[in-house]
Design a protein around this ligand. Structure first.
Ligand code: SAH
Length: 245
């Protein structure tokens, strides 16, 4: 069944008002009509099974049939801090990590980042990509794309999670499994991934001084757009909800 994220203020006790691009999608692309049913989601963990009551040019009015708690959200909140990559790689990273269950993504400026992130426009576009990927993959929330941060701010975000680490291509001792199992029943994980150029040694030293361990993802070097997805899969397998469906 088709699924739409609807702003909370468009959902009342009995009805949902769909506006904007979603109206076009419902009426023109899916050609749904009065009497057809769809699933709406408030982006805060609740799903609504709804029946189309009225279609006009700008809005689709639906009657709520059933409200249920979304059961697709992971049991763990995962935050990715991503070194800003070149070109459209961030689009891909946002799409794939949303499918895999990410909760929020911070773009991060690092010494070896070539790409610059200018203005709010990009964040808005990325937020839209997250919404579409969340809709497609049946998520109960839309992951939040945060404004750009630097490495000092990244440390604060990392420290606020139950488990945190930096994926470092030159790490020779610590493997990710060890860090993921360092606490029992963690509720949140935050991790940092470098951009194409990886990390400066000074950045890794700074992170370690601040208590953030560096971990290896294995003997092969992954591209920046592969690393976040690989880590997220490992988290969900090791301490997430992949093993209980
Ligand atoms: N240019 C660097 C590689 C950067 S890979 C080099 O050639 O050495 C981009 C990012 O992905 C890295 O900064 C790191 O965060 C992550 N990464 C890739 N492979 C990794 C591995 N084997 N272990 C840990 N992190 C890895």
């Amino acid at each position: 069944m088709s699924r739409f994220f609807i702003p909370r203020e468009h959902i009342s006790e009995n009805q949902i008002t769909v506006t904007g691009e979603d109206t076009v999608h419902i009426t023109k692309v899916l050609r749904l009509k009065k009497g057809d049913t769809l699933t709406c989601c408030d982006g805060q963990g609740f799903d609504y099974e709804a029946k189309i009551a009225e279609v006009s040019k700008a809005t689709v009015l639906c009657d709520i049939l059933r409200k249920t708690k979304s059961d697709t959200e992971p049991n763990i909140k995962v935050t990715l801090i991503q070194g800003i990559p070149k070109a459209s790689k961030m689009d891909y990273i946002i799409q794939k990590t949303t499918e895999l269950g990410i909760s929020e993504i911070f773009p991060c400026e690092l010494n070896r980042c070539v790409a610059k992130l200018d203005g709010e426009k990009k964040i808005e576009r990325w937020q839209k990509i997250a919404k579409e990927a969340a809709q497609q993959s049946g998520r109960g929330i839309v992951p939040t794309i945060r404004p750009k941060i630097n490495i000092s701010e990244a440390v604060k975000v990392l420290k606020s999670a139950d488990i945190s680490f930096v994926a470092y291509e030159c790490e020779e001792k610590t493997v990710i499994k060890t860090v993921l199992n360092s606490k029992s029943e963690p509720k949140s994980v935050a991790f940092l991934v470098g951009a194409e150029g990886g990390f400066d040694k000074s950045e890794i030293d700074f992170l370690i001084e601040n208590g953030i361990p560096s971990v290896s993802l294995g003997k092969r070097i992954l591209r920046t757009e592969t690393a976040g997805e690989a880590v997220l899969s490992m988290i969900m397998y090791e301490i997430g909800d992949i093993n209980s469906i």
